[in-house]
Design a protein around this ligand. Sequence first.
Ligand code: ZN
Length: 187
Amino acid sequence: MKYKSVRDRCCQNEKCQDFRKYGERNIIRHSKYTTRQGRRRRYLCKTCEKTFCSTKGTPYYRLHKSRLDFDEVAQMTVEGVGTKKKPVWIFVAIEVWSRMWTSMVVGSRNYRNIKALLNHVIDTCQIVNPFIFTTDGFEPYSWAVKNLMSSICLYAQVIKKRRKNRVIKVERRLIIGTKQKNGTTPI
Ligand SMILES: [Zn+2]
């Protein structure tokens, strides 16, 4: 029987050759179980045939272990080009530390192209640690990130208000993740 692999999970067995590697198509859904917090899912790694629970390996799980793991940051920027009537958008995912452009999609500013960009990031980047992902405040970004990357990143929107080409206000919205007790975000 063939199971569809799960893109946003990775093996949590340290001895497995696919340990913490995303995009190897080795993870499938295994079973469901109930905790006091609700239904949880177990996943199975086809490489080592071990199972693990759904919170393990997510940013939330790692957040409790060490905040230092969150120094990886990815950012998505969008620039509009072309005519005013029919603008063409360039979607770019940048790994902030190295300034590497990991992925790029050109086209209309729609959900399909956003998904294409995120899928390209998931397929081509070897995501070892959960990372912080930021975009501007365009609503479809949060749908796509929640659908495709909710377990591998913390996600925030950075909304810049401009007047006469100058940034006059920056608002930060945390979409995936939890605020620290003192009210600041881990970003
Ligand atoms: Zn494994």
